[in-house]
Design a protein. Structure first.
Length: 360
């Protein structure tokens, strides 16, 4: 199973965008729900987003992460849990390492389905940039650190905000449609999930992993250890370097293959909460593979930087909204497993578990 490659279901958004009530759109909505239930992930094709858009953003982030570590350190904001600006390598720890239930799950997996070791901090770096509409002045939030002032790197001051906002807006628009389609596919009103995200602390969160040199370009090197994402849904464009493994609902390990021009969407912890585990947050990792080495050779020949970029956006529920099972999943048993909890409280707790803030 470790050698299996999964071509995730590819679902186009154009039919839903044209008429969300059409029979064809409803079929697509049900396919979104089925893919997230089975795989915890799917590929989407949004006619409003091109591969060139993704490529331009990746070019920018390759240039950013290629800077000296001391320069990038000026962009760090640990006092707000690194929720804006730069996060250095070997800071974030894999979520599973801090979760006894997750460790027990890994112990039960078949040998071919086990992840790479996740007992050390991730080699990846990250940059967080807030996107979307913040809470209006009249709507107070209890979670100011999750809505911190953005950081603009001095070397990119003339282009940074425009390019980050442009790519962030495209990803945000695409993933919001996925949330609407998921709701319809589950038999809920179109805004049942997306309506909880209007003033959320969505994060454009590209990662950068240095693949230069023999030590970094070593098969089996872990760039991002076994984990799930803490947010509602995660979306990103295709990376120039393979290496993403995902686990399906049966906990089988699979190499994810994303078609050109598509975006990858993954289920996060907040979605697991809202669906009372009907859709589980998808486990995944990023590891250097033989295919990664092939891509390194190609990038080297082209004279491109050897940084693996993920053009990621974390789609969140509003910080001051309540996470609890949606009505169709609401039972005494589900509320016992998923008691009402403010989304901001959940985020702060999860940030503590991955070493990005004091444990809440």
């Amino acid at each position: 199973m470790a050698g299996s490659t999964l071509s995730l279901p590819v679902i186009g958004l154009e039919v839903f965008l044209a008429d969300p009530t059409s029979a064809e759109a409803i079929v697509s909505c049900k396919a979104v729900a089925a893919a997230l239930q089975e795989h915890g992930a799917l590929s989407i094709r949004d006619p409003r987003v091109s591969e060139a858009d993704n490529g331009a953003f990746v070019d920018l982030m390759e240039a950013y992460f290629s800077q000296e570590a001391s320069t990038k350190a000026l962009d760090e904001r640990p006092e707000v849990g690194y929720q804006v600006g730069s996060t250095p390598a070997f800071t974030e720890i894999p979520r599973c390492a801090a979760d006894d239930e997750c460790v027990a799950l890994v112990e039960r997996l078949l040998p071919d389905d086990k992840p790479a070791p996740f007992d050390t901090a991730d080699a990846k770096e990250r940059f967080f940039w807030r996107v979307g509409t913040p809470p209006p002045p009249g709507l107070a939030t209890q979670f100011l650190s999750l809505h911190a002032v953005p950081v603009v790197p001095p070397a990119f001051a003339d282009v940074w905000q425009n390019q980050m906002d442009a790519w962030g807006a495209k990803l945000l628009a695409a993933v919001r449609v996925v949330a609407e389609m998921l709701a319809v596919g589950l038999g809920l009103p179109q805004d049942a999930i997306a309506g909880r995200t209007d003033h959320a602390p969505h994060l454009l969160a590209p990662t950068g992993s240095d693949l230069s040199g023999a030590a970094n370009a070593r098969v089996g090197r872990v760039l991002a250890g076994f984990h799930t994402d803490l947010n509602l849904l995660t979306i990103h464009g295709k990376s120039r370097f393979p290496g993403l493994n995902i686990w399906d609902a049966q906990n089988h390990k699979l190499r994810a293959k994303i078609p050109d021009g598509c975006l990858l969407v993954q289920a996060g912890k907040q979605l697991e909460y809202l669906t009372a585990g009907h859709i589980k947050a998808g486990f995944h990792e990023v590891v250097v593979t033989d295919d990664t080495l092939t891509a390194i050779a190609k990038q080297t020949e082209a004279g491109r930087p050897l940084w693996r970029i993920s053009s990621t956006l974390f789609f969140h529920c509003d910080s001051d909204s309540t996470l609890e099972p949606l009505p169709i999943f609401a039972t005494p048993e589900s509320f016992a497993r998923f008691p009402p909890l403010l989304a901001g409280t959940q985020v702060q707790h999860e940030l503590g578990l991955i070493n990005l803030s004091a444990k809440a």
